[in-house]
Ligand binder design. Structure first.
Ligand code: ZN
Length: 255
């Protein structure tokens, strides 16, 4: 194992320059997800961040009770999702004429005025994907909290990260604020229940992402899935062991 690591090490001149030739603990080896730098994981305390020395990517940022906090925030987000999307956000009163609308209304208005592509994007980024993301993260956190995570939880967690860039509630919040600022001089603005629910939904979505300790989640998913497979007598994927050759990426079905 040490030999194969040295080979990898020799192909990374920057690493050699930074650290010199060292013996690495195979159980602590990680790859930077952004720049593929081979690194040895070191301990990191709560409130600290472990950064890649080459690209600055965050490799570890422990959060106390991360699973519980994410579970609480995603539960709250799911509870206020319906009022946040379907109840009116603001009511404008100009010369006695009132008009109000929700996010769902804006989607329907775009479809009715034949802006189909824009309507579809509003539906995906403001209505569907934020809900799917919340449900996915809720299931993952609940599975970890109850100790019932499996390989399916890992797939769900991976999909959640793929969808991360498609939820754009914060963009709509900026749009709402700009509308309020522009309309303040032209009409009386009333803040409806949907507006406060939308702020709550945004806080729950952003808060759950910020308080999620990604490394802890992956470690716990792996640990619980492995324990479950061993309990059910399923042959687990082979893990890298010292002096046992290079680690296999996927050895399912192999000796
Ligand atoms: Zn990096």
């Amino acid at each position: 194992m040490a030999q194969s690591l040295h080979l990898l090490w020799d192909f990374h001149p920057l690493q050699r320059h930074c650290f010199g030739t060292i013996e690495m603990n195979p159980k602590k080896i990680i790859l930077c997800p952004e720049c593929d730098l081979l690194l040895e994981m070191s301990s990191v305390e709560e409130g600290e961040k472990l950064l890649c020395p080459r690209c600055g990517a965050i490799l570890g940022a422990p959060v106390k009770d991360s699973v519980e906090k994410v579970l609480a925030l995603t539960s709250a987000g799911l509870l206020i999702y319906v009022p946040a999307i379907f109840l009116p956000l603001l009511t404008f009163d100009a010369a006695g004429i009132e008009s109000s609308g929700s996010i769902a209304d804006s989607f329907l208005a775009l479809i009715n005025t034949h802006f189909y592509f824009t309507g579809l994007m509003v539906f995906l980024t403001a209505i569907l994907i934020p809900l799917v993301k919340l449900v996915m993260l809720f299931i993952v956190a609940a599975s970890l909290y109850t100790g019932r995570s499996s390989r399916k939880t890992a797939v769900l967690f991976r999909l959640y990260h793929h969808l991360d860039e498609w939820g754009m509630l914060e963009v709509y919040m900026i749009g709402i604020l700009v509308t309020i600022i522009k309309m303040l001089h032209m009409a009386h603005v009333n803040y409806d229940v949907g507006f406060y629910c939308f702020i709550g939904l945004l806080a729950a979505t952003l808060g759950s992402a910020a308080l999620m300790d990604k490394k802890l989640f992956w470690d716990e998913i792996d640990k619980q899935a492995l324990a479950r497979e061993q309990k059910e007598g399923i042959l687990p994927c082979r893990r890298p062991e010292p002096n046992n050759g290079p680690p296999a990426l996927s050895t399912q079905g192999r000796p």
